[in-house]
Design a protein around this ligand. Structure first.
Ligand code: ADP
Ligand code: MG
Length: 684
């Protein structure tokens, strides 16, 4: 069996309990374990005597050279063990409240200890577990990996398991990066890199290992992306749809508004693609509320006019329902059959929809991931649109291609990705940008106030609620946390708001709720049964509650700009004046600049660029949840250069006719097949 299929129970010492604890960290196979990288490292290399300075954390190896003594003060036990270090320095090792260790510290015993050095007493205070046999070379006397752990796992146990797996199974870790590329960029071999990630000799080696693995991540990502695109072109069996000017005009005449010029431009680009013989692959980017949906509907309308079906896939059921509603009202005057398809539909209803799709009676289907299921098949699928496309991997997009005759594909995204980054992330995907808001929108008023002025914010909410409006309150965490005492937790804020906003219904939503519970809360809010919604940042993407006019964000300094902007986009969706209140006491200059940027600009693209400028490397907040693809090690900001190189190399590789044949690339081709990107006719 391959390491990617071997369950962790193949390792000695992994029974049901360990297996469960590992599973809670999403470690199921040996490969998962090998690729479970440390989140930090501790320097426990043996210290030279010159480094024995007061207060320093040092690691000493030596031998117990005297009788340990145990002293009690009240119920507090202090164990002092004399140790002669390898470099002939006498020190004492001190443990508090571990009297039972005395038995183990017999004279002559070799040990390695880590702890804080006290120069006056010439002693090292050792924490409970920070002593080892010198033969335990994975826990001490080196740079030691520290992992995120759960349940009954300890650092020592996990470290031992990983070390064991590295010994037994690394030979099976395949390296699918082409040799020529590895050589060109002097990248370590995969096996060595993985080993070094866990047990690096030194900082330099760790850096090289990381570089290699980040390159690999980005390279494979680019391969998927570009191969997918390449296949589209290669198959080249798209359909040229007429998209008659008359049909366009008729549709636009029925709109209650006229398109902005940015929307018009995007429509032209899309129509141009749909008329072409090749299949369309286009990304439509536009800030929340810029009016992407109507463009999607126009494209679907044109498909219908040509006798083809369209599918619109969205991330949540509520969103799907909302889209069906607005499609139905928009297409009222047209003879157009619109259906909903979600996972929670009754089986009988679903069967009807599936039959309608297969028979070609349904022109437009709007749904969730349920659309990807195998039993969904179409009579004449011509267009696939995904809203918030980043939620769907390349592999899933590939599924759609099988369902139709190389249908046109349109991705819509509200994540304002800066152009430079979009190019590297989407390869040579065509991009249309709506960089203009519909006229007549009342700009959202954004205020930044300190947490102490929360009262002002509550007063504003009361005023708006009294007018019949609704409010969102967003907090960074669910529960009270000891580590982040000053962070408002959603639960606490919820309880407080129930009192402060008495007379109005307050709801609570957080990530620990099940998907169904979340939908339920969202539905109540949508129906105005709840006037206030307190939540962590799980507010459903794209849900439209035009009656909500206040967005309050606690600890706003903890969110990235892109994310703050997304949250702000939940309000200001009608002709009512809306407010965004940032409660924040940022401690850094950058933090203050971010708040100011939010107050000063409402343009998502400007903010995204600003975010990139302000974000130092390693500052993760914000991007995590902003919908960009997630990487195990790579950081889209600090490692963007590596992404650029990977993009270039993959493009060159795909242009090379040898790629599809040369044995050097078999591993890569295999990977692309497994992830559904490559299919017939190139499969064999
Ligand atoms: P997005 O999907 O880009 O976030 P929507 O398509 O949901 O935005 O549009 C938001 C709202 O703006 C909808 O109610 C839509 O009917 C309206 N809208 C779209 N385009 C225009 C326009 N050109 N003029 C006025 N209102 C518009
Ligand atoms: Mg939308």
């Amino acid at each position: 069996m391959r390491v990617s299929e071997l369950p962790v129970t193949h390792l000695a010492g992994v029974g049901p309990v360990r297996q469960r604890d590992l599973a809670s960290l999403e470690i199921f196979t040996i490969e998962d374990l090998l690729l479970y990288y440390p989140f930090r490292y501790e320097d426990r290399q043996l210290a030279e005597p010159a480094l024995y300075t007061d207060g320093a954390r040092i690691t000493v190896r030596g031998v117990v050279n005297g009788m340990p003594s145990l002293r009690y003060r009240g119920r507090k036990a202090t164990l002092v063990v004399p140790v002669l270090s390898d470099q002939n320095v006498s020190i004492s090792a001190v443990w508090f409240n571990q009297p039972y260790l005395k038995e183990q510290m017999a004279p002559g015993r070799n040990i390695t200890i880590t702890g804080k050095y006290d120069a006056r007493r010439r002693s090292v205070t050792v924490a409970q577990h920070d002593w080892h046999k010198p033969s335990d070379s994975i826990h001490s006397g080196r740079v030691v990996p520290m992992y995120r752990i759960r349940g009954e796992l300890t650092q020592k146990i996990l470290r031992t398991l990983i070390s064991q797996a590295l010994k037994q199974y690394t030979a099976q870790l395949e390296d699918i990066l082409p040799f020529s590329i590895r050589k060109k960029y002097q990248l370590m071999e995969r096996v060595d890199a993985v080993r070094s990630m866990h047990f690096p000799k030194d900082g330099q080696e760790l850096k090289q290992a990381k570089r290699r693995l980040i390159f690999e991540e980005f390279f494979l990502f680019q391969c998927q992306l570009q191969a997918f695109r390449y296949m589209h072109r290669y198959e080249n069996k798209g359909i040229a749809h007429p998209c008659k000017g008359d049909d366009v005009r008729k549709f636009l005449e029925h709109l209650p508004f006229s398109l902005t010029s940015a929307q018009e431009r995007a429509c032209k680009e899309i129509i141009y693609d749909m008329r072409a013989k090749e299949a369309m692959t286009r990304l439509l980017q536009g800030d929340v509320g810029s009016g992407k949906t109507v463009i999607a509907f126009l494209a679907m309308h044109l498909m219908k006019c040509d006798g083809y079906q369209s599918a619109l896939m969205v991330p949540t059921e509520i969103l799907a329902e909302q889209h069906v509603q607005s499609a139905k009202s928009l297409f009222r005057e047209f003879d157009c059959n619109i259906a909903l398809l979600t996972g929670s539909m009754k089986e009988s209803e679903r069967r009807k929809v599936l039959a309608g799709l297969m028979a070609g009676d349904i022109d437009i289907v709007i749904g969730t991931h349920a659309l990807l299921e195998e039993r969904v098949s179409f009579a004449r699928l011509g267009l696939v649109i995904t809203d918030e496309q980043h939620r769907f991997g390349v592999g899933q997009r590939a599924i759609f291609r099988q369902k139709g005759h190389s249908p046109d594909v349109l991705f819509m995204s509200a994540t304002p990705i800066p152009r430079t980054m979009a190019m590297t992330l989407f390869g040579d995907l065509d991009v249309s940008v709506i960089d203009q808001m519909p006229a007549g929108r009342v700009p959202i008023r954004t205020h930044w106030i300190t947490q102490e002025r929360e009262d002002d914010c509550i007063r504003l909410m009361r005023k708006e609620l009294a007018k019949g409006r609704q409010a969102y309150i967003v907090c960074p965490l669910i529960d009270e946390s000891t580590q982040l005492e000053d962070v408002e937790s959603a639960t606490l804020v919820y309880e407080r708001m129930c009192e402060e906003l008495a007379g109005f219904q307050v709801g609570l939503m957080h990530g620990k709720l099940s998907g169904q519970e979340k939908e339920q809360v969202m539905r109540s809010y949508l129906a105005n049964q709840l006037q206030v919604l307190v939540s962590t940042t799980v507010i459903e993407v794209g849900v439209n509650v035009p009656n909500a006019t206040v967005m309050v964000i606690y600890n706003a300094e903890r969110f990235g700009l892109a994310q703050l902007h997304q949250l702000r986009g939940r309000v200001g969706r009608s002709n009512l004046q809306s407010y965004c209140i940032l409660l924040a006491n940022p401690q850094t200059q950058t933090g203050r600049e971010r708040m100011r940027a939010m107050v000063e600009t409402t343009n998502g693209f400007v903010l995204a660029e600003k975010d990139l400028q302000l974000r130092g490397p390693g500052e993760f907040f914000g991007f995590r949840q902003s919908g960009l693809p997630e990487f195990r090690l790579g950081d889209l900001v600090s490692d963007i250069r590596i992404m650029e190189v990977a993009q270039k190399e993959v493009a060159a590789l795909l242009r090379d006719p040898g790629f599809w044949l040369h044995p050097e690339y078999q591993g890569l081709l295999q990977f692309l097949k497994q992830t559904n990107v490559l299919m017939a006719p190139l499969q064999d």
